[in-house]
Ligand binder design. Structure first.
Ligand code: ZN
Ligand code: ZN
Length: 109
């Protein structure tokens, strides 16, 4: 049986992370490609997206490359978070601080 963890990228699991549509019905694996899909599922490196944004994303080599970079960055962040801080997985002090500093109450993730 496959090991699938819910997204550790965003807490909004039904909103398209690209356009904000409220009925995201696709899952994009940040580190994508057939050989990486299970890895991405296992570590929650997935984002909710709508079908239109998902299609656009995969058409762009730049977007796919940025997606993989984001996947790696999130994996590395979670590695240290899990190793050094015994936090509830949903708590994210760094994200709260980012929101304060960069865009008020908004967030990209
Ligand atoms: Zn969308
Ligand atoms: Zn995808």
């Amino acid at each position: 049986m496959k090991d699938i963890v819910k997204s550790r990228v965003t807490e909004e699991h039904e909103i398209c992370l690209i356009c904000g549509w409220r009925f995201a019905d696709h899952t994009h694996h940040l580190i994508c490609g057939i050989s990486n899909r299970d890895f991405a599922d296992k570590y929650g490196l997935t984002i909710p997206v709508c079908a239109i944004c998902h299609n656009e994303l995969h058409k762009s080599g730049v977007a796919v490359r940025l997606s993989k970079m984001l996947g790696q960055a999130i994996w590395e962040k979670n590695y240290y978070k899990d190793l050094y801080y015994n936090l509830n997985r949903d708590e994210d002090e760094a994200r709260d601080r980012f929101r304060e500093l960069f865009n008020g109450n908004g967030s990209y993730l």
